[in-house]
Write a protein that binds this ligand. Structure first.
Ligand code: CP3
Length: 338
């Protein structure tokens, strides 16, 4: 059965599906309870029962159209040889970042059926419990975004080291990105095989690049991922980048079904400039802290702008940890027309 979500992503309906980036998270009391059973984030993600439960929590709590696998964009890095830790309050940290050509020979291959068996188990558990009308989303990071963690050793606002490696040693940069792209493409195909109905590529930090650098530093590697999926699966692909309004022209000729945009993009301009494209998102995640009538009015504006075309309703970026449940309800109910 084709779900509303998949139909919308394929451009077959103007009815609007809704989900939220980072919808399993600390704003949900049931998530905080589950999270407290694990000493660290990676052991939580690697426990297939817990990951399946976290994946299902938002769909049990709200009338939304999709569950997204509870995992992270960085889960393949440890098997490539990176010492990844999530320290509370600090986010992801890598103790042995990739800084030069010397490290190329140390990159390891990932054996997905063995190393990521917990993803397979979690997806299959979710698929058994998730209603047929809802979609299960698999996801990966864009190669540039994953590589930025491997190179910087953590989250970077400037991508300083990543750009330095690209400018000073393009061959080493390209070797790392090619390695990540190959594994990322294979991992996304596996997620489709294991039960994901639609696939998201989250190239969150691509917006840090100029259009010119994006074309060389990121796009060719994202295309490797997309091509691998297209060769092996019919699942629709959503591409997301944060703060990337200046890159939409480059995303528009990626072979993806949906382009995710954050709140900085002027949606009405995009809809005019790209009459054939399907977009996702655009509602400012901070808006969910406002009074329900304001959330309702802003959500209505997006529904009105897109009333004659497909659009996937979502926030511009991940839901913030202190978001009030009532704000989420106001958003979802407005999409549902209640
Ligand atoms: O509900 C969902 O969306 C599914 C789960 C999910 C997580 N991370 C869980 C998570 C998804 C889809 C991601 C993607 C992800 N991870 C992205 C791309 C999307 C985006 O937000 O731009 C990025 C850039 C990461 C990298 C990452 N992981 C960061 C920067 C952090 C720390 C910041 C934070 O939100 O705490 C993480 C850790 C992380 N990933 C947590 C969760 C629930 C928090 C870990 C904890 O409980 O300590």
């Amino acid at each position: 059965m084709e779900t509303l979500f998949v139909k919308s992503a394929l451009g077959k309906t103007t009815e609007k599906p809704v989900w939220m980036m980072r919808q399993a998270g600390r704003y949900l009391p049931e998530y905080r309870e589950l999270r407290s059973r694990f000493p660290d984030f990676l052991s939580f993600v690697r426990d297939a029962d817990a990951a399946a439960e976290a994946t299902l929590q938002p769909t049990n709590h709200f009338d939304i159209d999709a569950a997204i696998l509870f995992s992270d964009i960085l889960v393949t890095l440890p098997y490539m040889g990176f010492d990844l830790r999530f320290e509370s309050g600090k986010g992801p940290m890598i103790a042995n970042p990739f800084r030069s050509a010397k490290e190329i020979s140390q990159l390891k291959n990932v054996y997905l059926d063995r190393d990521l068996i917990y993803t397979k188990n979690a997806l299959q558990k979710v698929r058994r419990k998730l209603s047929e009308e809802k979609s299960l989303l698999g996801f990966v990071g864009g190669p540039l975004t994953i590589a930025s963690y491997a190179i910087e050793g953590g989250t970077s606002k400037t991508l300083q080291q990543t750009k330095t490696l690209f400018y000073q040693d393009p061959e080493a940069y390209s070797a790392l990105l090619s390695h990540i792209a190959k594994i990322t493409g294979e991992y996304l195909v596996k997620q489709a095989e294991w039960g994901a109905d639609a696939l998201v590529i989250m190239d969150s930090w691509a917006g840090n690049l100029s259009l010119r650098d994006y074309q060389q530093m990121a796009k060719p590697f994202t295309e490797i991922v997309i091509q691998k999926v297209r060769e092996n699966s019919n699942a629709p692909i959503i591409h997301y980048a944060n703060g990337a309004a200046h890159l939409i022209s480059a995303f528009a000729n990626l072979s993806v079904n949906v382009i995710g945009v954050d709140h900085r993009s002027e949606l009405s301009d995009l809809l005019t400039a790209y009459p054939q494209k399907i977009f996702q998102g655009n509602l400012d995640q901070a808006l969910l802290f406002a009074r329900p009538e304001i959330i309702c009015a802003r959500t209505q504006e997006i529904l009105e702008l897109t009333k004659n075309r497909p659009h996937i309703m979502n926030l511009g970026h991940g839901i913030l940890p202190e978001t009030p449940i009532a704000g989420v309800q106001a958003f979802v109910k407005t999409v549902r027309g209640i």
